[in-house]
Design a protein. Sequence first.
Length: 93
Amino acid sequence: MDPLKTATALQTPTFVIQGGRGYRVTVDNDYDAWTFALCGKGNLEFSLYLDLDHVCAPGQSPSSPSEYDEQGNVDHKVINDIVKWLCEIQANT
């Protein structure tokens, strides 16, 4: 599976969300690759949350595998941004 190739072929609106604290999916390697690969594609929005990990949970230090064993919630700003994006999509259809 090639997620970048799949995303490039999508005709539907797309919202790419990434936490900046991920240790496997990183800003330098992955977020930058997504923004480069999808540059110029319509119906696309990106949001980077530097203080969140890969599952969009907040934290202070670099993330680690053990962090994913802790119970947490998706940060409220991610939920608010998703709702805002969905409302904009709905308004434009």
